[in-house]
Design a binder for this molecule. Sequence first.
Ligand SMILES: [Fe+2]
Ligand SMILES: [Fe+2]
Length: 190
Amino acid sequence: MFQLYYKTPKDWAQVVLSDFNRFLQDHAAAEKKASGMAVSMFSHYPDKPLLVEAMVNLALEEMNHFRQVIRIMHERGIYQAPDEKDPYIHALRKLIRRGPEEYLIDRLLTAAIIEARGCERFGLVAEALPAGSLQTFYKVITESEARHHELFVELALEYFPREAVESRLAHLLNEEARIIAALPYRPALH
Ligand SMILES: [Fe+2]
Ligand SMILES: [Fe+2]
């Protein structure tokens, strides 16, 4: 539906593979936060049925991803790490403007970009992993993040004119490219 402005180099996935247990801990936290974000969206907009229903489904789907990731972790004998701030998410959230209209469009479009970045990076992880059940799991995760990014753009188009969505999206994609390019590689999604 849209292209990210910064392409993650393949070396990034090697850093992930170098400490996959830590990556799993970060991935679990990301799924948990994605589910929480969907809950906060449907709580904030009770008068938008389309958004509420989409966000309830998303919260369940992300929580199901969380369940799958912690199952993999427990099989490996590792546990959730203490919650910490994700520098990428933190920087993106700072771009969200105040004002009811601005806040909604920015939340939807930053969420779309976060999902698109997740899709790109989980795809790189799937590519780098050897064939097997873990690789299959990351392929499935990649496909669901692709659907999620489309969902957020569709919701934005539901509530705002196409030109407004496109111009704000272009601006946010520019900012996101600058943010992600400056972050060091870690065994984490961002
Ligand atoms: Fe997810
Ligand atoms: Fe997602």
